[in-house]
Structures are given as C-alpha cells and as structure tokens.
Design a binder for this molecule. Structure first.
Ligand code: AMP
Ligand code: ZN
Length: 112
C-alpha cells in the first residue's frame, strides 16, 4: 500500500519530528496554517476518523493521550484547535488518519 503518512511514520520520507511513542508520531505540517501546525498520526494505518472502530480505537485513545504532551512541547499554553478532516467534503487530502494541532495565535472563531 502506498501511503505518504505510513512512509513518514516509518522514516522513509523525511519530516520534522515533534514527538514519537509506540503508537503515534507527530511532525510539523509542511504548509503551516498557523504559527504552530503539527500533525499527529497513528503509526498503524487507519484511513480516517470515519474508519475508527472497536478494533483500532485503543490506538486512537493513545493519540489523545499524546496530544496534551505535544501541545506542551509546542508551548501551547493558551489553547489550540484540533481538527481531523474526513473524506471529500471534509477536504481530507491524505488517506491516513491525522489530527491537525493548530495554535500559537488566537484562531478565527469561524470554522467553515
Ligand atoms: P488534510 O488536508 O487534512 O488531509 O491534511 C493533510 C496535511 O498534510 C496538509 O496540511 C499538508 O500540508 C500536510 N502534508 C502533506 N504532505 C506532507 C509532508 N510530506 N510533510 C508534512 N506535512 C505534509
Ligand atoms: Zn498510512
């Protein structure tokens, strides 16, 4: 299977690492949309949030345990926004579950 974020998680494609543990990998988004724009992905391939199930939700829980650690590492003391785009209408461009952590400034109230 040809998956960009699987290749990044394996270190086959370079990225700027922010955090890593047994279950997840976090790295800088290549086209940042805020002063801090970090992506968090499971090391195992999950296509999107719409593919979360009983079989893989423990991995997703580990990602959510990692997110506050990543926010702390990034110095996000005043909050942040967590986004996961899903499918075509959600404008998901990479078919491997990822959470955008956006922060470092007051973000616009409008989300869509
Ligand atoms: P989405 O559009 O929600 O699927 O998000 C995919 C994100 O991956 C976008 O914000 C891209 O800028 C980012 N991205 C794509 N390729 C890379 C890469 N090689 N390294 C880091 N971020 C990437
Ligand atoms: Zn993948």
């Amino acid at each position: 299977m040809d998956c960009l974020f699987c290749a990044i998680a394996k270190g086959e494609i370079p990225s700027t690492k922010v955090y890593e543990d047994e279950f997840c990998y976090a790295f800088k988004d290549i086209h940042p949309q805020a002063p801090v724009h970090t992506l968090v992905i499971p090391k195992a391939h999950i296509p999107s949030a719409d593919a979360v199930s009983e079989e893989n939700s423990a991995t997703v829980a580990r990602i959510f345990e990692a997110i506050p650690k990543i926010a702390k590492l990034e110095g996000l003391k005043n909050g942040y926004r967590l986004i996961s785009n899903v499918g075509e209408d959600g404008c998901q461009s990479v078919g491997h579950l990822h959470f955008h952590i956006l922060g470092g400034k007051k973000l616009p109230e409008q989300m869509s």
